[in-house]
Design a protein around this ligand. Structure first.
Ligand code: AMP
Ligand code: GLY
Length: 423
């Protein structure tokens, strides 16, 4: 075991996967996670500090001689944790507040893509409700309306009717329920979506395997949008050519564009991409590891994650990451009612009998008993050589977990393989 001390900021499944990768590093001796969760507590020491409490996190890092801080959530990046840590002489993996705008402002991202020829849907942005409504009424449906600001996955409305579009525009521009009162209206694109993440430092881009998320709550992509109900790697619809073109024309170009505009990236760039009949297009950029994609991607990293994260944080060339050519598939177990209101505190049993990786997304220990503590609770991830068998194993293992208040989708990877018989 090495002697490096690492602090991971966040407390969901993504952070559990990051902690898990760091725990495999021969260079790492100590891992803290703030605030962490009951599963993370098995591999790291959890520290009860909120992920956006930058001053308290900085004080903790200084007091404990933390060698590297790794930031999970966008909220921490958007409030400038990286700027504050760097000003205090601390090493931190994540983008500055200025660079995080690639995620936190839809309009910033769209303008950047337009200026630098990065392929995305045509758009216009509006602050006036009447103008926006007229524009939408004159365009073909469905209309894609994006609130300009961080909205935790709730900021996009794909409106099939004018009435729906109108309701969304009212809430985004007239309600003041949101914030800046600006909306991006863009053309509706079609095709399979996928997530392509990379470690990026300035113009150095180290790609990860592509993954596909499942945003809707129920089977058949029905129901409300969620944070993601499952993910897998090894996407059969994506050719090597597609990947290469997305890498060069989108990820590398975005890194160059941000560097050119004086806010170089240094952290993870996440491309939410779509393979349309006209080619690969950007749906959105995120400035962080995706969740639940990270839980299926990082288990495939065969090389040491620590020197990679450290080199990116310190703006040095990093060792090229080595990836397994296996595939992974993960099923999210969520609280009944999620993404709407749900109850917490239900006991979870059977985890010890599961032969798979289990990442905790929202759990807590209550008098020694593991209980549910969030909307998304657990993710069961299996690895294998082939996607259908890997999926069947993941479902068999997930079924060993018992908790009266959890549900999951039965059709993870349905775009890759026919839906299995319900077990
Ligand atoms: P987001 O909350 O930004 O992840 O977006 C939610 C979802 O809206 C995306 O995953 C897409 O399925 C859909 N979406 C966003 N923009 C477009 C677009 N231009 N055309 C079609 N679907 C879109
Ligand atoms: N899985 C979508 C996201 O992390 O934004």
């Amino acid at each position: 075991m090495g002697d490096k001390k690492v602090l991971v900021v966040g407390g969901g499944g993504r952070e559990h996967a990051i902690v898990d990768a760091l725990a495999r590093s021969p260079q790492v001796g100590t891992i803290w996670c703030a605030p962490g969760n009951a599963g993370i507590a098995r591999e790291a020491t959890c520290v009860p500090i909120k992920d956006t409490d930058v001053e308290a996190l900085k004080a903790f890092a200084l007091e404990n001689g933390v060698d590297l801080t790794v930031v999970g959530p966008e909220a921490a990046l958007a409030v400038g944790i990286v700027d504050t840590f760097r000003a205090a002489g601390l090493h931190i993996f994540g983008h500055t507040k200025a660079a995080t705008r690639i995620e936190s402002s839809k309009e910033f991202a769209k303008k950047l893509m337009q200026r630098h020829g990065i392929p995305t849907a045509d758009y216009r942005s509006f602050t006036e409700y009447d103008e926006a409504r007229r524009y939408v009424a004159a365009r073909p449906l469905p209309a894609v309306l994006k609130y300009d600001g961080l909205a935790a996955g709730k900021g996009v409305v794909v409106a099939g009717t004018l009435a729906e579009a109108d309701e969304a525009l009212r809430s985004m521009l007239l309600d003041e329920a949101y914030g800046t009162g600006k909306v991006v209206v863009e053309d509706f694109l079609t095709g399979p979506e996928f997530s392509f993440m990379a470690f990026v430092d300035g113009t150095r881009v180290y790609p990860m395997p592509c993954a596909q998320d499942h945003k809707r709550a129920f089977d058949g992509d029905k129901g409300p949008n969620t944070g993601g109900m499952g993910a897998y790697t090894g996407l059969p619809f994506l050719t090597e050519e597609d990947r290469e073109s997305a890498f060069r024309q989108i990820l590398c170009k975005a890194a160059e564009a941000m560097a050119e505009e004086g806010c170089p990236l240094s952290g993870v760039l996440y491309g939410g991409l779509m393979k349309t009949p006209q080619g690969i297009r950007v749906i959105e950029f995120n400035a962080r590891f995706g969740d639940p994609e990270t839980e299926v991607v990082l288990p495939l990293l065969e090389s040491d994650i620590y020197p990679l994260l450290e080199a990116v944080a310190d703006h040095r060339p990093a060792p090229e990451p080595v990836w397994s050519d296996q595939v992974t598939l993960g099923i999210v177990l969520a609280s009944k009612g999620y993404p709407g209101s749900y109850e917490k505190g239900f006991p979870i049993d059977g985890l010890d009998t599961v032969d798979a990786k289990i990442y905790h997304m929202g759990t807590r220990c209550d008098s020694g008993r593991l209980v549910t503590a969030g909307g998304r609770v657990l993710m069961v991830v299996c690895e294998g050589t082939e996607i259908a068998k890997t999926r069947d194993r993941a479902y068999r293992e997930a079924a060993r977990i018992s908790c009266e208040n959890l549900f999951y989708r039965n059709d993870i990877a349905h775009q890759a393989i026919p839906t299995r018989e319900k077990m």
